[in-house]
Design a protein around this ligand. Sequence first.
Ligand code: PLP
Length: 429
Amino acid sequence: MINPRCMLSRINIFKYNKKYLNTLVPWITQNNIIQHKIISADGCHIFTHDKKIVDFTSGLMVVNLGHNNKYIMDGIHKHLDTGISYVSSQFATDQREKLSERLIDITQYDKGKVFYTLGGADANETAIFIVHEYHKNFGSKKKTILSFKKSFHGGSTIASSLLSGDSRVDNKKKTYSLNLESIMENPSMHDGGIASLLQIKQLLKNDDIAAIIIEGSSGTAGVILYPDKYLEELEDICRQNNVLIICDEVMSGWGRTGEVFAYMKHKIKPDIITSAKGLTSGYAPLGVVIVKNNIVEIYNNKPFLHGLTYFAHPLSCTIANRCLDLYLENNREIIKNADLKGIYLNKLGNKLCDSTDIVYEYRNNGLLGCIELKIKNEKILKQISDDLLKNNIYCFRRYNYIYTAPPLTISLQLLEDTIDKIQTILQKY
Ligand code: PLP
């Protein structure tokens, strides 16, 4: 005889954690996908029908300002009242121009310009195109763009995938070939980045190198930190070789590391900056490519032959402006606080590392952090992720890296409680 309680819980599994058959879900095998269904969200929490889950990586490091933010929601409602659904790129909007002006002001790219995309991958793809155009304009044949091993610069376009050194794109590398190579050695804290700089110096001797792409602060590769002065020296090497610098601030931007853009913690000035995610805090898709004036001026007398239907979507621009109001208000208070919270998180993370056997290291830059585990067995790692979720904590995990990147608005108490809970779970392994 079937136990009625068992029956009930089986029904619930299918009602709330259905097997999804019609959606091609990124990065996973499609058989037997069972996912929790999110029905609402607020602040640092997401909700299923019976769970209140701490969103400890802001989704995929996106929701920097937290869920259900009233000020952003009001902006969305106000926009809907205008009746504007869509505006072709042949027309302007106040929100688009206001946003461009603010981005140029933040980066101090006097007379620079901003191009709009839907997210990070197409922003990087645009940056690649502009780099090639720039060199071509001066009669140079420079084509190759280098990136760091293990880096991630997007997985939805071919070029961004090939820029990524993440092993998820190995398969694509067998099928497609472009002058994009993820071969730069990551810096190590142990030698202050010297070996990496030497290798890159050697690579840049090749006349074909058009640009390098770096992250303002490494994310998916496992929050690999830049040693002191590393980026400044890297910039010098690039300048000596007429190699442009694209700085990918898709994950590291918008206060995540305690600065508007993470590169601002260093004395460097990239030629092109790409960003997305926290720009709209995930309330709508939007990516940007911010380009220095000496590069965009090549288009003063010839067309910029690149574009997309959803360029500068009016709703997304409105949301981005609302987010910028919050990021910049009270002298960037929210971002400065993220820096302080990062210092506290570093203490908590190191304590967690000392009190568990399976943690190799804790690293963070502001609120972009990563618990590196010694375990490499994917089955056990998946079990750890499931265990976290069972205990109402969502942390994005890739390989043996469990990320800690909560909304910047998180309270110190929730930060501490969540790390304590993660510690208790990891102590079981
Ligand atoms: N660049 C970085 C550093 C990222 O972390 C990501 C995504 O995680 C991307 C680019 C790609 O962004 P999107 O998924 O919006 O295309």
